[in-house]
Design a binder for this molecule. Structure first.
Ligand SMILES: N[C@@H](CCC(=O)NCCCC(=O)O)C(=O)O
Length: 251
């Protein structure tokens, strides 16, 4: 049951269809916010400038940065763009960079998923690697080719959770089985981030903001997809919702 007083900002992707440009977010994230975090999602268009982001952040209790098929523009982490880095969404890049930095500065609870996890690293000065499946010793983290979304999310791999870390305190287990739908990953970890979980090939699967006063997590996988059924995914969304309610009560 959503608590109508707890608002979660969700920065939008831009998409073009039916001859219009849309600012949108996938419903899997919005549903997990409502049903499991028990908050109300507020999609923020990728038109918002810095002043508008501040106005939004004055009114929300959490920020959830979604995954996306698009990639962070490599110029944001000092790399020349190549066709392998495409597709891009520069409007989203601008919005999320501002929103992530400001949410952290204000200690607003932050949950950054997949592209969001990568954006968190870039916003704090880290870099990304692309086509990681082509690197020696790395796994293929891309989604299986399948006509149904359940099939694309079906392939699981384990991640080892750092003992004593912030993620470990939420999921309560040494490993979690995660889905995997990405071809980029953290390369240089930003100063200010702590690794919370890794895949068997060393890929950074989860991070926290080291000095964050509250909830500030990035996850390379998609807990939103299984938030209703998988205990670790549910625990992550419940902890995020609880952090947002605490933030609302405190402000
Ligand atoms: N584009 C980045 C981030 C991956 C990501 O956010 N995936 C979300 C799911 C998209 C889908 O449904 O395929 C990368 O590839 O690493």
């Amino acid at each position: 049951m959503p608590d109508s007083a707890t608002l979660i900002a969700v920065p939008a992707d831009t998409r073009r269809f039916e001859n219009y440009e849309w600012h949108a977010a996938p419903s899997t994230y919005l549903t997990a916010i409502m049903a499991t975090a028990c908050g109300v999602p507020v999609i923020v268009p990728a038109l918002a400038d810095e002043a508008a982001v501040d106005v939004v952040l004055d009114r929300v209790d959490g920020v959830l940065v979604t995954g996306s098929a698009s990639n962070v523009h490599p110029s944001r982490y000092g790399v020349e763009p190549t066709p392998a880095h495409e597709p891009f969404d520069p409007a989203r890049d601008r919005l999320t960079e501002t929103m992530i930095r400001r949410a952290i500065a204000r200690e607003i609870p932050l949950l950054a998923i997949c592209r969001g996890h990568q954006e968190l690293n870039v916003a704090l000065g880290g870099s990304l690697a692309t086509e990681i499946q082509e690197f020696e010793g790395r796994m293929d983290h891309r989604a299986p080719s399948h006509p149904e979304q359940d099939g694309r999310f079906a392939l699981r791999h384990p991640v080892a959770v750092e003992p004593g870390g912030r993620l470990a305190a939420i999921v309560g287990t040494a490993t979690v089985e995660v889905n995997s739908l990405h071809r980029q990953a953290i390369d240089r970890l930003a100063d200010g981030l702590t690794v919370e979980a890794r895949a068997p090939d060393g890929t950074v699967e989860a991070v926290s903001v080291t000095n964050a006063g509250g909830f500030a997590l990035g996850l390379q996988w998609h807990p939103e997809y299984w938030a209703a059924s998988d205990p670790a995914s549910r625990a992550i969304f419940q902890a995020f919702g609880e952090a947002a309610r605490q933030y609302r009560r405190a402000r």
